[in-house]
Structures are given as C-alpha cells and as structure tokens.
Design a protein around this ligand. Structure first.
Ligand code: GNR
Ligand code: NI
Length: 175
C-alpha cells in the first residue's frame, strides 16, 4: 500500500486522455488499492488515475450517502467507465484535489448511468443521482483530460486561473 502524489493544476499531464485498460491484472488491482488509500489520505470523495500521473482509465469513489456514513462503505473502483445515459441539468459547487483551495459552480447532468468494469472484472452499470452523479461526471472528465475549471464560462475560467496563478506565486514566495 502506498500513497501516491496528486498532480496539481497546471501540470500538463492533467490534460491527458487516459488509455483504456485491456486487462484487469495484479498491477491494476495494486493501482486501485493505492488510489483508494490516496483518496482517503487526501480526504476526497473520488480520485482518477490521471491525477496520480497514471495513464489508465481507472477511478475510485467513496461518496457518502446521507449521514451515519462509514469510510469504505460506498467505495467503488471503476475501470473504463463510460456515461451511457444522462438526464436533467443541475449546478453543483465543485472542488478538486488537483485544484486545491478553489471551488466553483459547475453545470452537470442530474442523473447518469455509468457502465464500467469493477476490480473483480464484472461488467457493472451504476444509476446515480445527487453528489454521486456529480462525482462520477467529475472523474470521467479527469480521464478525458478535463478539469472542472474547463467547464466554466471563459470569463469565470480566466478569473479562477488568475487567482490560482497568484496563489501559486505567493506559495513560492513563502518558501
Ligand atoms: O473530493 C472531491 N470533492 C468533490 C466535491 C464536489 C464535486 C466533485 C468532487 S471530486 C473531489 C475529489 C477529486 O478531485 N476527484 O477527482
Ligand atoms: Ni478532481
């Protein structure tokens, strides 16, 4: 088990469209286990392999449902996930472990159906709404090289990019 480094915007690797996994072998299982450990360590509800610098279509999620949630309760690993159906339109204030310290309201589908392979090589189909549906869209975006800031209007994107740049410059001065 190891904690992986999470790449931060503007790392160019975050723009990579990740490659499909052709075989669910021990290496993929180790990746899934390391990604889950990294997600919990970073206190995220999801993590895509791209964020760990790995060019594979793998994501892990653990989205709390209601209160009385226990860590690991809703943990799921998705290999080659695809949104095969969607409905509605909603807005959600999103954050990202690769864009730490910033959030913005992003337009998303309200409901999605995601097809994927799980760690036991089963073909699965997940029907999701609420935060789970948002997180699924956010992780599939990462595997396509897209960050939530890429989904903002040009005006809002330029404002947030300028703020991030300033924050990074200030961080450097502090060292
Ligand atoms: O931990 C996370 N929280 C979150 C909140 C709202 C919308 C999306 C997310 S995903 C994020 C973890 C992350 O960056 N996954 O890629
Ligand atoms: Ni993210």
């Amino acid at each position: 088990m190891s904690i992986l480094d999470i790449l931060k915007y503007p790392d160019p690797f975050l723009k990579t469209k990740a490659k499909p996994v052709s075989r669910v072998d021990e290496e993929i299982k180790r990746l899934i286990s390391d990604m889950a450990e990294t997600m919990y360590f970073a206190k995220g509800i999801g993590l895509a392999a791209t964020q760990a610098g790995v060019n594979k279509r793998v994501a892990v999620l653990d989205v709390p449902k209601g209160d009385s949630y226990k860590k690991g309760e809703n943990l799921i690993a998705l290999i080659n996930p695809e949104i095969i159906a969607h409905g509605g339109e909603t807005k959600y204030e999103e954050g990202c472990l690769s864009v730490p310290g910033f959030t913005a309201e992003v337009k998303r589908f309200t409901q999605v159906v995601v097809k994927a392979i799980d760690k036991d090589r089963n073909n699965i189909e997940i029907k999701a709404d609420g935060l789970f549906a948002i997180a699924l869209q956010h992780e599939v975006d990462h595997l396509n090289g897209i960050l939530f800031i890429d989904r903002l209007s040009k005006l809002k994107r330029d404002i947030i990019k300028r703020k991030i740049k300033k924050a990074i410059e200030n961080e450097k001065k502090m060292l």
